[in-house]
Design a binder for this molecule. Structure first.
Ligand code: GRF
Length: 195
């Protein structure tokens, strides 16, 4: 049996943690050859961190200050983490973290990059922009993280229609359901590619 890739999921301070949960479940079910070694947030009041604890996962809060990069690397090192999945984590990672995990940090974005991404494009703003553009389809993108927001090489995109009468909320819900399928699939692709 091949060894499971150890993954850290970095979640947001206000997010639900639904992608983290989808990743954890896909790992547990064996559909992705990985195990979630820990879930990290920058605040211990993150609802996603509470959800991780409920799921029996190790939850770690690390303040986003000047020490963040070093502290994160040492937490991940202690747990032999080889992969990082950003799921609702809204900050750019310090360069030392990017350098330590080349092509091993993934991010998910709730639109079809390169459109509707970049600094400040998160949450309902993304779906508002898609609707305002008149686009007929939307979807989600999983890409390697880089020094810029939403800019690394794309691993996988899944698409869904924009329906007449969609609100940002209804579109967000349709895209979120896709995200839960796409993130585990993209992680599997990236792991297989890395050999
Ligand atoms: C998702 O829409 C993801 O694409 C974006 O942040 C949201 C996180 O949602 N990066 P959740 O916390 O995983 O439910």
């Amino acid at each position: 049996m091949c060894e499971l890739a150890r993954v850290a999921v970095l979640v947001g301070t206000t997010g639900r943690g639904s992608n983290m949960q989808a990743l954890a479940q896909a790992c547990l079910s064996g559909s992705v050859p990985a195990a979630v070694a820990c879930v990290v947030a920058i605040s211990d009041s993150s609802p996603a961190l509470a959800r991780a604890t409920e799921l029996g996962l190790e939850a770690v809060a690390i303040p986003f200050d000047d020490e963040f990069g070093g502290a994160l690397l040492s937490e991940l090192g202690r747990r032999s983490v080889a992969w990082i999945c950003l799921a609702g984590f809204l900050r750019l990672l310090p360069s030392e973290v990017l350098a330590a995990y080349p092509r091993r940090i993934l991010n998910i974005h709730p639109a079809l990059l390169p459109q509707f991404g970049g600094k400040g494009m998160y949450g309902l703003r993304v779906h508002e922009a898609v609707l305002a553009s008149g686009a007929r389809e939307s979807g989600c993108t999983i890409h390697y993280a880089s020094e810029q927001y939403d800019a690394g090489e794309i691993i996988l995109q899944l698409k869904c229609p924009v329906e007449p009468g969609d609100s940002p909320e209804t579109l967000a819900a349709r895209v979120l359901a896709l995200e839960h399928r796409a993130y585990p699939e993209a992680l599997k692709i990236a792991i297989e590619r890395a050999g």
